[in-house]
Design a protein around this ligand. Structure first.
Ligand SMILES: Nc1nc2c(ncn2[C@@H]2O[C@H](COP(=O)(O)OP(=O)(O)O)[C@@H](O)[C@H]2O)c(=O)[nH]1
Ligand SMILES: [Mg+2]
Length: 360
């Protein structure tokens, strides 16, 4: 899997760029009364993993290489946009390229920050944006159905089957469902699957004031149902991201009673929604964290490190990171019988440390 790309969406002024800055430390200028023109900021967020430092100690590693995700701050979503002629092509293009979406919802109160409806209502705001995504998908389906008509009329079976499936999906969306909850989603043509916005995994970030806005966050959680909701004090954390000195950062965080920045919590939730797990490779040079789909086998994991490794795979030595840290060294872990030898079919587990043997 190439670098994972997560699109950040939400109403104008809900704090997308601020959250983007908090997560990437990119220091992109926020515009207080943001215009709605499309603009796309792209940044790389490192995903800190607290298991890496103890591993580095055991292996005497010089360097930590955490996984990264690519974040894209996508402005330009307007409520009603889907109904009056559709959301802009550029906006949709940026969204459709994303592997998953983070939907930012404002819970913070601040009279100085304009809200399109002049009130704070997280559940209703979230629903408004989610409806736009549904409208965009509805448009996509009707355009595609239209293009299929000729083929259907001349009796092409495949076209008929697809048109029927699209009609079922359209009815499902009309009933308030998303493409994610459409039972036959896997039967849709691959290019349709890639373009449907409500098929993408989505999580919510509540952009809170420093007090945490418990009521607003609770309302959003009720609306979100099974979807992940992570609360982030956006403006505070965007300022935090600009502080270099670790001690000063810790003091700043303590002010709002938080131990660490939100980035790891957002990342962990994103990994859960994408069904990703992390495995490690560790040696004297460095400790690397790698992300793969849950259920991947040892060869696929090897291929993540290098295609040669997948091609020439012989076997993998595997140990759980905690067992290795507790044993204190690889030699000690081997004595304790904790270092296992696994073959190609081994399903890699979250937290595994892998040492892959391969032919070149
Ligand atoms: N009080 C407060 N203001 C915020 C917070 N997050 C963002 N803002 C302000 O809201 C305005 C819009 O934020 P921005 O990130 O540009 O929103 P976007 O249009 O969704 O990208 C800016 O003036 C931000 O400083 C927050 O957590 N608290
Ligand atoms: Mg913005």
């Amino acid at each position: 899997m190439a670098s994972l790309e997560i699109g950040i969406i939400g109403l104008p002024n809900c704090g997308k760029t601020t959250i983007f800055n908090a997560l990437t430390g990119a220091g992109v200028v926020v515009q207080p009364y943001a215009a709605t023109e499309v603009s796309v900021n792209t940044g790389i967020a490192q995903v800190p993993d607290e298991r890496m430092a103890p591993l580095a100690t055991v292996e005497d590693s010089q360097k930590l290489v955490p996984p990264t995700v690519q974040l894209v701050d996508v402005a330009g979503l307007q409520r009603g946009g889907g109904r009056d002629g559709g959301l802009s092509g550029e906006f949709l293009q940026a969204l459709r390229a994303a592997d998953a979406l983070i939907h930012v919802v404002r819970t913070f109160e601040d009279d100085a920050v304009f809200h399109v409806d002049g009130r704070i209502d997280p559940a209703e705001d979230a629903e408004g944006v989610d409806l736009e995504l549904l409208f965009a998908d509805g448009m996509l389906i009707s355009k595609r159905t239209e293009r299929l008509q000729r083929a259907v009329q001349v009796g092409q079976k495949d076209a008929k089957a697809e048109a029927d499936l699209l009609a079922e999906l359209a009815a499902h969306l009309d009933g308030g469902g998303t493409a994610r909850t459409f039972a036959k989603k896997d039967d849709l043509p691959a290019e349709v699957q890639l373009e449907l916005l409500t098929l993408k995994p989505m999580m919510y970030v509540a952009n809170t004031s420093e007090s945490g806005d418990p009521d607003g966050v609770a309302a959003l959680k009720t609306y979100a149902g099974d979807a992940e909701v992570v609360a982030v004090a956006g403006r505070f954390e965007a300022e935090l991201a600009e502080i270099e000195d670790p001690e000063e950062r810790a003091m700043f965080l303590a002010e709002i009673g938080q131990e660490e920045p939100s980035a790891p919590r957002v990342a962990a939730a994103a990994f859960r929604m994408l069904e990703l797990i992390t495995f490690f490779t560790a040696g004297p040079k460095d400790v690397w964290a790698w992300t793969i789909r849950k259920g991947s086998n040892a060869v696929e994991a090897g291929g993540k490190i290098h295609t040669d490794i997948a091609r020439g795979f012989i076997r993998a030595e595997v140990i759980n990171w905690k067992d290795l840290v507790d044993a204190g060294s690889r030699a000690e872990a081997t004595k304790l019988g904790q270092l296992r030898v696994e073959g190609k079919e081994y399903i890699v587990q979250d937290g595994d440390v892998l040492n892959v043997r391969f032919n070149v």
